[in-house]
Design a protein around this ligand. Structure first.
Ligand code: GAP
Length: 515
């Protein structure tokens, strides 16, 4: 646990030091759960978005993109259920005046029990050495089984109470478990209340005729309300998809874990409209396809797992998360939901407009079913960034910090470095840079010794360093150094483009999905 926390702290400071993520309005001490992407971060974020867009939109003839507005007609959110049901259970501590999510307090309590299980496992592993069988130990050790049962009972009761809107029982559970305010230790709690997560604002110049609107809490509804517009103007045939990326806003009560849970974040969503009855097939297919997309980035199959939802949202007939092994454990990265015809039917009902599809093969109209894939861009950023940050022990006894970003996503693909700032080397380096920048984002650096510059580029995540030295002036060759292997090769300037392209091209990476 301490090791994980340590790694997370390193991620936070590295993100700031190397110009990836800054706290929003930092000079005013920041705004909770709101972040800015800095000069390198904005490039990484854009590359992740482009990688998703290429795979989801441009590689599929039957998927198109849109960019709907953040502000939508307020009835949208009535129809989608967000006005009535997009709530978190909230509890205040009367002494500290701090506000918490009641379910998170209970889940954190369970995490502590899980910590005790992990301690027992570590102890037993030490005691039994090579003969230790973790699965068997978890299934048979009396104390551990007791802890597991306790977690199951607590979570089952909480789930049931939340489903039945029995908030009094949620409070009772907190009291029975003697859960205290994590900051002050006080157990003096208020009742549990539902808290709507949507940010509201007003449209209109005067108070009398202004309209209450919301900042969208998900991008999906912009797709649903445009379903027929896109289908008709694009002459789309079912099955087909509509994708979009864009900002979403949620007034999250628990603001922590850096960019994992933000109040303003970006989603990349795709709604796939299918014939009723075929949704299970498409749901399974999209689960598989989306996992392949993640795996194509080479961040380790062991770092992903599916979590199938036992308790389904009112609109879903199946749902699963792709969870990623973040520095604080496995957590949701992406959701795949079979949303039935709930959304289109609800918008039909509230708008009075027919949102049906005429199927020429079947010669009838119907409301399509929808399978949705929904991933948080910021979470994906955190997954990529935290997974890539490593400290490497070198043969000479020193360590180096390397950001081993999948090179297709790296902000800069290469850095061009003149060995010294004289003898005409900067001029040649600039010329190489001018040529490469038409195809790649390239960085120029002539400050400090070349070894120091290599380290800087390693830590910033740049896959290649190209060094121009005195030999370059006579033989038109340069040294190209690879970030991950540190291998250096002498190559012709004329071959640089091909060498870089072979490694960083979207095609090189996305083709791994087909393997
Ligand atoms: N349209 C479906 C939908 O919005 P969701 O599970 O609420 O489903 C989808 O959100 C994804 O959006 C999540 O898997 C997560 O990656 C991202 N996400 C949700 N809330 C977030 C937040 N507060 N901060 C950052 N990302 C968030």
């Amino acid at each position: 646990m301490a090791k994980q926390e340590d790694q997370f702290k390193k991620v936070l400071s590295h993100a700031k030091e190397y110009g990836y993520v800054f706290q929003s309005s930092e000079i005013y001490d920041g705004l909770s759960a709101v972040y800015d992407y800095a000069q390198n971060g904005v490039e990484l974020k854009k590359n992740i978005r482009d990688y998703w867009w290429k795979a989801m939109v441009q590689m599929h003839e039957n998927i198109v993109g849109i960019d709907a507005a953040i502000l939508m007609h307020p009835t949208t959110w009535k129809a989608s259920g967000h006005v009535d049901a997009f709530n978190d259970p909230l509890i205040d501590n009367k002494d500290s005046k701090k506000r918490y999510r009641a379910d998170v307090l209970i889940e954190d309590y369970c995490l502590k029990i899980e910590g005790k299980i992990n301690k027992e496992v570590t102890k037993a592993a030490k005691r039994f050495g090579d003969a230790f069988n973790k699965e068997e130990f978890l299934a048979t050790n009396g104390r551990v089984v007791g802890y597991q049962d306790k977690i199951k009972t607590i979570l089952a009761r909480m789930g049931k109470s939340l489903e039945n809107e029995d908030l009094a029982d949620v409070k009772l559970l907190i009291e029975e478990l003697e859960i205290a305010d994590p900051l002050t230790g006080s157990k003096n709690w208020t009742e549990v209340k539902q808290f709507n997560l949507m940010f509201g604002t007003k449209i209109g110049a005067s108070a009398d005729n202004s309209t209450q609107v919301y900042l969208r809490p998900e991008t999906a509804q912009g797709i649903f309300v445009n379903f027929l517009n896109v289908q008709k103007t694009g002459r789309m045939k079912i099955p087909f998809g509509i994708a979009q990326t864009g900002k979403a806003f949620r007034n999250e009560i628990v603001a922590r874990q850096f960019i994992f849970r933000m109040r303003e974040f970006e989603q990349m969503e795709m709604q796939y409209f299918v014939k009723p009855g075929t949704q299970k097939l498409w749901y399974d297919q999209w689960k598989e396809t989306r996992l392949k997309w993640h795996l194509s980035l080479g961040m380790g199959a062991e770092n992903y797992r599916f979590h199938d939802h036992a308790k389904l949202a009112h609109y879903a007939d199946a749902a699963a998360d792709i969870e990623f092994n973040f520095p604080f454990g496995f957590k949701e990265l992406e959701g795949i939901h079979s949303r039935t015809d709930f959304d289109l039917k609800a918008h039909e009902e509230h708008s009075g407009k027919k949102l049906q599809y005429f199927d020429h093969e079947e010669n009838k109209s119907y409301t399509p079913y929808v399978v949705e894939t929904s991933i948080g861009l910021d979470r994906m950023f955190l997954a990529v960034f935290s997974n890539s940050l490593v400290e490497e022990a070198l043969e000479n006894g020193t360590t180096r910090t390397v950001l081993k970003l999948p090179s297709v996503l790296a902000p800069f693909k290469a850095a061009v470095l003149p060995l010294v700032k004289k003898d005409g080397l900067p001029e040649v380096a600039r010329k190489i840079m001018e040529d490469l920048k038409w195809d790649f984002n390239v960085f120029y650096d002539e400050k400090d010794a070349v070894g120091k510059r290599y380290r800087r580029q390693d830590a910033a995540g740049t896959p290649f360093c190209i060094t121009v030295d005195h030999d370059t002036l006579t033989d038109n060759s340069v040294t190209i150094r690879h970030r991950d292997t540190m291998e250096q090769k002498r190559v012709a300037i004329a071959s640089l483009k091909d060498i870089i392209k072979a490694e960083v091209a979207v095609k090189t990476w996305l083709q791994k999905m087909e393997a």
